[in-house]
Design a protein around this ligand. Structure first.
Ligand SMILES: *[C@@H]1O[C@H](CO)[C@@H](O)[C@H](O)[C@H]1NC(C)=O
Ligand SMILES: *[C@@H]1O[C@H](CO)[C@@H](O)[C@H](O)[C@H]1NC(C)=O
Length: 308
C-alpha cells in the first residue's frame, strides 16, 4: 500500500515537472503569432483596409476631375486619405491634361485605393485662363463625362454601384459615403458653405423632397451642388446618353445631367431628411509664390527635385 502511494507521487512529480519544463521552453521561443499582431500592421499588407461585408456592398465610384497646380498634391493627398476610410470604393481620377502625369500616377499607385486613372484635355476655347474668374466657364465637365464613358464601357447591368462626383477641394465626412451607398435612383443631401449661404440643400416634408433651400438662380430645375447628390450606376447605364452639358448656363450643369434621369419627387433625401451637413464646399486659397519667382530669377529657387 505504502509503495503504491509512493509510486503515484513519483509519477505525479515527473509529469508536472515535464509540463513545467515544456511551458518554460515555449516562453523562450519566438511564436508564430501574426494573427495576434496589432491590426494596424495587418492593414498595411493589404491593398486597402479591411471592412466587414465589403463583398456584398454596392461599389461607390468617386469621380474626381483634377488639374495641375501648385497645391494639387496636397488636395489629392487629403481626399485620397479620406477615401481610404470608405469600404468598397473605386476612385476614378480624371486629369485635365493631354496625358497622365507622373505626379498623379505615383500618388495613385501609393494610395492603396482601388482606382482608375484617366485623362481628358479640355478643348482650349473652353479652358479657363489664369486671369479669368473661376465662375466664367464650367470646370471638370469633359473630365466627368470621360469617367461616365469609362463606366459605360467597363461596367454592366450586373454591377451594383453608385456614382458620386467629388471635386478635390471639398471636405467630406465618411458619413456621406454611408448615406449614398444604397441609392436607388438619385440621392440628395445638403452641402455646407455654398451658394453664398451657410448651406444649400433640399427641403423635405414627409420624407419627400418638396423644394430647395437656395438663394441663387432659384429657377434651376435641380439647384443642387455637384457634391450634393449621387446617382445609381444602373440608372446611368440605362440612360447611355445622359451626361454633363458643356454648354450649360452657369449653375445648370448639375441639372443637365439629372433632368433626363429623375424627377424632383423621386429624389431620395439622405442625411436625416437633409438636416445634417456631411460635405462642405471648402475652397483652398491659391498659394502665393511671389518669392519663389524672385528667387528663381536669381537662380536660387527651391529644389525642383523636392515634390510639393
Ligand atoms: C475599360 O475600357 C477600356 C476602353 O475604354 C479598356 O481599354 C480597358 O481595358 C477597360 N478596363 C477595365 C479595367 O476593364
Ligand atoms: C424622414 O422623415 C420621414 C417622414 O417624416 C420619417 O418617416 C423618416 O423616419 C425620417 N427619416 C430619418 C432618417 O429621419
Amino acid at each position: 500500500m505504502r509503495l503504491k502511494l509512493r509510486n503515484i507521487f513519483l509519477v505525479y512529480f515527473v509529469v508536472s515537472s515535464a509540463g513545467l519544463l515544456y511551458a518554460l521552453l515555449q516562453l523562450g521561443q519566438q511564436c508564430d503569432c501574426t494573427h495576434q499582431m496589432n491590426p494596424i500592421n495587418d492593414v498595411r499588407r493589404r491593398k486597402a483596409p479591411h471592412h466587414r461585408g465589403v463583398e456584398n456592398m454596392p461599389v461607390i465610384y468617386v469621380v474626381t476631375p483634377t488639374h495641375t497646380r501648385p497645391h494639387q498634391r496636397a488636395e489629392l493627398t487629403r481626399l485620397s486619405q479620406t477615401l481610404l476610410l470608405v469600404p468598397a470604393l473605386h476612385w476614378i481620377l480624371v486629369e485635365d491634361a493631354a496625358e497622365r502625369t507622373t505626379l498623379v500616377a505615383d500618388l495613385l499607385a501609393k494610395s492603396e485605393l482601388q482606382y482608375t486613372h484617366l485623362h481628358m484635355l479640355t478643348p482650349p476655347p473652353m479652358k479657363l485662363k489664369d486671369s479669368d474668374p473661376n465662375w466664367l466657364k464650367p470646370r471638370g465637365v469633359e473630365q466627368r463625362n470621360e469617367a461616365l464613358r469609362w463606366l459605360r464601357e467597363n461596367r454592366s447591368a450586373k454591377d451594383q454601384g453608385v456614382v458620386y462626383f467629388a471635386d478635390d477641394d471639398n471636405t467630406y465626412s465618411i458619413n456621406i459615403f454611408k448615406e449614398m451607398r444604397n441609392t436607388q435612383k438619385v440621392s440628395v443631401w445638403p452641402v455646407g458653405l455654398v451658394g453664398g449661404l451657410r448651406y444649400e440643400g433640399p427641403l423635405v416634408t414627409g420624407g419627400k423632397v418638396v423644394g430647395f433651400h437656395t438663394a441663387w438662380k432659384t429657377h434651376r430645375p435641380f439647384p443642387i451642388d455637384m457634391a450634393g447628390f449621387a446617382v445609381s450606376l444602373q440608372l446611368l447605364l440605362s440612360h447611355p446618353k445622359a451626361q454633363f452639358d458643356l454648354t450649360a448656363e452657369r449653375g445648370f450643369l448639375e441639372s443637365s445631367l439629372l433632368a433626363p434621369l429623375v424627377a424632383v419627387e423621386e429624389l431620395e433625401p439622405k442625411a436625416d431628411n437633409c438636416t445634417k451637413i456631411w460635405v462642405w464646399h471648402t475652397r483652398t486659397e491659391k498659394p502665393k509664390l511671389k518669392q519663389e519667382d524672385l528667387l528663381e530669377k536669381q537662380g536660387k529657387g527651391s529644389d525642383p527635385k523636392i515634390l510639393v
